[in-house]
Write a protein of this length. Structure first.
Length: 77
């Protein structure tokens, strides 16, 4: 029986400068660093900015996507 991907819990206050590995890299971009937290008017984290280590390209992302282990691995692998 196939198990759904594990959903990890993340502390949004510890996301800044955390390291991530894309499970399915695109454009040879595999390793990423969270360089900015995007907050709403109430101060809640609603997104983040990921920077590809190799290319320095930046991508906005809903931080909740990082909880999906089918898409992202915490740390650099």
């Amino acid at each position: 029986m196939h198990q759904p991907p594990a959903k990890r819990t993340l502390n949004t206050e510890k996301l800044l400068l955390s390291k991530w590995t894309a499970v399915a890299p695109r454009n040879k971009e595999k390793h990423f660093l969270v360089t900015k937290l995007i907050r709403d008017d109430n101060g809640q984290v609603v997104g983040c900015l990921l920077e590809a280590v190799l290319s320095k390209n930046e991508y906005p992302l809903d931080w909740r996507m990082l909880k999906d282990s089918a898409l992202w691995l915490q740390g650099w692998h």
